[in-house]
Design a protein around this ligand. Structure first.
Ligand code: NAD
Length: 494
C-alpha cells in the first residue's frame, strides 16, 4: 500500500509514528493509499530545515526564484491529464471538474511568476532636502499552510507558489483525505530545481495543526477549511503572535428574478449547486425564487437536475455528471441533513436519497437533491451541508430575497440571475457577501483577484490570492537615506 511520505529537508521520509489513516477512492469505497499521522517532532524538523534554507532562498533574486515556477508549470502542463485523473481518484469529482481544479491552481503559479513586479516598492526622492525614502517588501521567513479536502490541486497552490516566490520557506499540511495530488505536484517542484528545505510537507491531522500553531519559528499561517476550525486557527495563531489568514465555510444564496433567462439560469444553478457534488465553498446552497420564477426557472431546474447521472469518476473512459462525496461518513451526514430538512417540512422536488451505481456498488453516492419550502425554522437554512443539496426558498420581491440572504451568518458568495441591471446593482450593493456573481452560478475565485469572503467565511485582514496574497506573505521595509556632502571641495572632482 502506497504511503504518502513527508518531505523534510529535501528528503521523503515516513514519520516515527506508525499511525496512519486510509486514503480512499470515493468512487469505489476502496483504500488506495495511507497517510501518516505526524506530530510535533516532524513539524519541528520541517521548521528547522526551512529556517536553514531561508537566508539563501530569500537572497536569491526574485527573477531567479520564479524560474523554478516556470519549470513547474511546464511539468504540470505535460502531465495535466495524469494529475487530473489522480485528483478524481482521491477526491471523487469528475474529470472535467478536476481539470478546473488544476487549471485554477496553474493560474496561481502564473500569477506568482510575476513576483519581480509584484514585489516592487515605492520611492520618493527628496522627502526633505537631500533625503530620499524608499519602501520595499521582504519575506516573513517560515510560513505554513493548512488545506481542506475539496480542491486537492488548487487550494495548496493558492498558498505556496506566492509564498515561495516572495522568498519565504513554506510548510504544507495537505488534507489527510487527499494527500496524493499535493505530493505529486511537490515532486514535480523538486524536479524543477527547488532547493532543499524551501518547501516541506508534513502530513497528518489536528496534532500537526496544533504543532504549527504553537511553533515559535513559524511567522504566518494560511488556513482553508470549515468555519469552526478556521475561527480557532485565527484565535490561537494570533494569540501566538502569528499573521493569520483563515478562510471558512459558507452558505451561498442565489436569487432568481422572474426576468431571468430560463435555460441559462437553470444550467447555472445546476452547475453552481451540484458541481463537485456540492463540495465547494462557493456552491449555490439556497436558491431564492422570486415571484413567477417559480413557474419558469424552477421547473426547468428540477427537470435538468433529475436527469443527472451519478457514478464513478476514476477512469477516463466513462464520466458521469456528478461523482461521489468524499467519505462514507460524509455521505451519512448529507443523508441525515436531508432527513432533518424534510422532518422540518421541506418537500423533495428531486433526489432526497442515497444513489447507487451498478458499476461501483461501494461508492459514496448521493442523488442530486432539491428541497423546496425551506424557511429559517429549518436547520438546513443555516447549516453548511457541503453536499449535493439545493434549498429552495420563496420571496415575493427582490427586497425580501435580499433580507433572506442576509439572515445567515456566512458571507462567502452570493449570486443573482436577472436581466435587469438595476436589480443586479441593488443586489450587489446590499447583499452581505464578499464574492458576488451576476448571471453566473459560481463567482469563482481567480488568481489575479483576492478571494474576498466576509463575516463567518473569513477571519483575518489580508485575503488569499491576488495582490493581497503578496501583502500577506511579505512585510514592508521603509528606508530613509541621506548622504553627507563633504564640507570642502568638489566631490565630483574626486
Ligand atoms: P476541515 O475544517 O475539516 O479541515 C481542514 C483542515 O483542518 C484539514 O487539513 C484538517 O486536517 C484540519 N483540521 C480539521 N479539524 C481540525 C481541528 N479540530 N483542529 C485543527 N485542525 C483541524 O475542512 P474540510 O472538511 O477538509 O473542508 C471543507 C470545508 O472547507 C467546508 O466548510 C468548506 O466551505 C471549506 N472551504 C472553504 C474555502 C474558502 O475559501 N472559504 C475553500 C474550500 C473549502
Amino acid at each position: 500500500m502506497q504511503l504518502a511520505e513527508n518531505l523534510i529537508a529535501g528528503r521523503w521520509t515516513a514519520p516515527s509514528s506508525k499511525e496512519t489513516l486510509p486514503v480512499m477512492n470515493p468512487s469505489r469505497g476502496e483504500q488506495i493509499a495511507a497517510v501518516p499521522l505526524s506530530g510535533a517532532a516532524e513539524v519541528d524538523a520541517a521548521v528547522k530545515a526551512a529556517a536553514e534554507a531561508f537566508p539563501g532562498w530569500a537572497s536569491t533574486p526574485p527573477s531567479e526564484r520564479v524560474q523554478v515556477l516556470y519549470r513547474l508549470k511546464a511539468h504540470l502542463e505535460a502531465g495535466f491529464d495524469e494529475i487530473c485523473l489522480m485528483v478524481s481518484r482521491e477526491h471523487g469529482k469528475t474529470l472535467s471538474e478536476s481539470r478546473g481544479d488544476l487549471r485554477r491552481g496553474i493560474e496561481m503559479i502564473e500569477f506568482a511568476c510575476s513576483a519581480p513586479t509584484l514585489l516592487m516598492g515605492d520611492a520618493l526622492q527628496n522627502i526633505a532636502r537631500g533625503i530620499d525614502c524608499h519602501n520595499d517588501r521582504v519575506p516573513l521567513g517560515v510560513v505554513a499552510g493548512i488545506c481542506p479536502f475539496n480542491f486537492p490541486a488548487m487550494v495548496p497552490l493558492w498558498m505556496w507558489p506566492v509564498a515561495i516566490a516572495c522568498g519565504n520557506c513554506f510548510i504544507l499540511k495537505p488534507s489527510e483525505k487527499v494527500p496524493l495530488t499535493a505530493v505529486h505536484i511537490v515532486k514535480l517542484l523538486q524536479k524543477s530545481g527547488l532547493p532543499d528545505g524551501v518547501l516541506s510537507i508534513v502530513h497528518g491531522g489536528r496534532a500537526v495543526v496544533e504543532a504549527l500553531l504553537a511553533h515559535p519559528g513559524i511567522a504566518a499561517i494560511s488556513f482553508v477549511g470549515s468555519t469552526a476550525v478556521a475561527k480557532e486557527i485565527y484565535r490561537i495563531g494570533c494569540a501566538n503572535g502569528k499573521r493569520v489568514q483563515s478562510a471558512g465555510g459558507a452558505k451561498n444564496f442565489v436569487v432568481v428574478m422572474p426576468d431571468a433567462d430560463i435555460e441559462k439560469t437553470a444550467q447555472g444553478l445546476k452547475d453552481g449547486a451540484f458541481g463537485c457534488a456540492g463540495e465547494r465553498c462557493m456552491a449555490a446552497s439556497t436558491a431564492v425564487i422570486v415571484g413567477d420564477a417559480s413557474k419558469t426557472v424552477l421547473p426547468a431546474l428540477v427537470e435538468t437536475v433529475a436527469a443527472m447521472k451519478v457514478g464513478p469518476t476514476d477512469t477516463a473512459a466513462s464520466q458521469p455528471d456528478m461523482g461521489a462525496v468524499i467519505t462514507a461518513q460524509h455521505r451519512e451526514h448529507v443523508a441525515k441533513m436531508i432527513s432533518t430538512g424534510t422532518a422540518h417540512g421541506a418537500k423533495v422536488l428531486t433526489g432526497g436519497d442515497l444513489a447507487q451505481s451498478s458499476g461501483a456498488p461501494n461508492g459514496y453516492f448521493v442523488k442530486p437533491t432539491i428541497l423546496d419550502g425551506i424557511t429559517y425554522e429549518n436547520p438546513l437554512a443555516t447549516h453548511e451541508v457541503f453536499g449535493p443539496v439545493l434549498n429552495v426558498m420563496r420571496a415575493a420581491t427582490l427586497d425580501e430575497a435580499i433580507r433572506l440572504a442576509n439572515r445567515q451568518a456566512y458571507g462567502n458568495g452570493a449570486c443573482i440571475f436577472t436581466s435587469s441591471g438595476p436589480a443586479a446593482r441593488e443586489y450587489r450593493t446590499r447583499v452581505g457577501a464578499g464574492m458576488v456573481g451576476i448571471n453566473v452560478g459560481v463567482p469563482a475565485p481567480m488568481a489575479f483577484f483576492p478571494f474576498t469572503g466576509w463575516n463567518e467565511s473569513f477571519f483575518g485582514d489580508l485575503h488569499i490570492q491576488g495582490k493581497e496574497g503578496v501583502l500577506f506573505y511579505t512585510k514592508q521595509r521603509t528606508t530613509t537615506t541621506r548622504w553627507f556632502l563633504p564640507s570642502e571641495g568638489d566631490i565630483w572632482a574626486r
